[in-house]
Write a protein that binds this ligand. Structure first.
Ligand code: ADP
Ligand code: MG
Length: 146
């Protein structure tokens, strides 16, 4: 069983319900929730003009490999009505893999830890809430890279 951290975001439709539905759907895809952060409202980062997001981070357990996990997340995004639109554009749900145990993945379709998480307050604030130690490790490793 791997312990994973997922980033969830929504800025279309019933945003809170989308996040909660995604967590419920995850359970039927063998991703079992351990702890959810507070849901926070954030300004969109880049992309076209669009509404504010609700964001949360989920700590969960899974037997899925990183690539299979990504496939399941994309299935859930589609189930909740996300369609491919402009880059960084509005979405009913965005599910990102932030961390997967302590492993590193670097392939064209999947990078773990999520490469843009460090500079995103909408990820780091809820992540530090549920994993204060991990949050500081994350910041240290980012500082070490620069
Ligand atoms: P973003 O989440 O950056 O706003 P998308 O949700 O549209 O953008 O994701 C684009 C692609 O990023 C996905 O199709 C996926 O293959 C890739 N990707 C790379 N690393 C990750 C990761 N850690 N978690 C989720 N998607 C990832
Ligand atoms: Mg995404």
């Amino acid at each position: 069983m791997a312990v994973i951290y997922l980033g969830l975001g929504s800025n279309q439709g019933h945003r809170e319900q989308n996040i909660k539905k995604a967590i419920a759907l995850l359970a039927s895809h063998n991703v079992n929730s351990l702890q959810r952060s507070t849901i926070i409202e954030t300004d969109p980062a880049g992309g076209p003009p669009q509404g504010k997001y609700l964001n949360a981070v989920l700590k969960a357990q899974t037997d899925l490999s990183p690539h299979n996990l990504l496939k399941h997340l994309k299935t859930i995004e589609n189930q909740l009505g996300r369609f491919k639109a402009v880059s960084n554009g509005p979405r009913t749900i965005d599910l990102d893999i932030l961390l997967y145990d302590r492993i590193f993945v670097n392939t064209p379709e999947l990078t773990i830890p999520h490469p843009r998480m460090w500079q995103r307050d909408f990820v780091m604030i809820p992540l530090k809430e549920i994993a204060p130690d991990l949050g500081s490790i994350a910041f240290e490793s980012k500082a070490g890279q620069s």
